[in-house]
Design a protein around this ligand. Sequence first.
Ligand SMILES: [Zn+2]
Length: 432
Amino acid sequence: MSNELVTEVSAEALSHKLAHARSLPWFRALYPRILEVQELADLNRLPVLAVEDESGGGLFTALGEASHRAPGGGLTLTSGGSTGNRKQISHSWAFNAAIVPLGARMFGATDERPEVAINCLTAGEMQGAFQYASAIVRHIGARLLPAGSQMGVQRVAELIQTHKADALICTPSFAAALFNHERVGAVQLCSLKWLYYIGEPCSKTLRDQLARDWPMLNIRSLGYSSTETGPIGFQCAHLEHGSYHLHADAMLLEVVDPLTLQAVAEEETGEFLLTPLLPDHVPLLRYRIGDRGRILRTVTKCACGSSMPVLTLEGRVETSIKLGGALITQSQVLHVLRQLLPQLHATDVQVQIERQPEGARIRLVLAEDILTADTQSVIEDALQVEGQASALLRLPGLLGLEVKRLARQEFETTLAGKTPFFVTFEQTPAPS
Ligand SMILES: [Zn+2]
């Protein structure tokens, strides 16, 4: 597919997606500004969507519930959300069918054709990867051994040997357990030519170890995808670990600054926002997956023949801020404060940083309903105790740290109406 064709296909798919969204009364109630969005350039008028956000992920919950009610049934899967707050979303059967050829794109022009694949992903448990991988195996016309992850590595090894399986589909953790098991050896696994992993990143340590101990084995990702969005990218045989061709005809990917949510410059690193373009029960617009990375659009045609842009993953987004060359993260701040206030939530705190030419002052703002006036001084004193708060107090260039109680509505907000965890105030230089 040429670049021009991809652009045309994705523009048309986006316009259908937006028309679908505008036609749903419940969607208009959730996202009133959808009426102002006609094309790609208007998309940033919509709020970002997250499984969990400052408002408890209300938008996502409403979309999930609407997806369960949609006619025609579908596949209901557990999506992210912290323990105790798991959420589900249902994808239409048409969506489930449409994602399979996308997943099989990784086999596109190569002569890599597995004949017998053993699927050792988690089966059931409200997870979709097992079915997805099985459907890809069927799509490429290979034989499938549906082992699952619970059979035990020795039985899996026996199956691989008996059936001369040449492809193993599993998580990197499962691969580590199988290839390092003391009672599993080369005799049983020597038919394997390909390891396709999905579900978590494959660490360099594991890749290096497998390359050393199992030199005949090719290790590739089965794809970059998520429960909520479906397939995002595929790794052809010519791409490095962590790089994928974006399914640009089926997925819109915005790369934004995690704090301002404004688009970053072309090819710069930022946070990913995803808008799946395949028809589905509910429109998922600007979904915040929590990954960071960049898109290389100017890469000339890849050796695999695909002209789809290449995205590179660069890790997870964590709210953080740089101070005097050091990085403070949200979890670091919460860890310190939770030693004093165990019940503290991220939304109870705002870290206000006032930058000055010679350093910075930090104000820890805590919601007044969780911090009584009496405990305020206790916290201030405790933060001065070495060890308690060294993570914060030993930051280079820190001029001072104070604790302040404020009503929640007095926390600083962004133009978009969000209450960020970190806020900085720059001291404007005096005119000379
Ligand atoms: Zn390629």
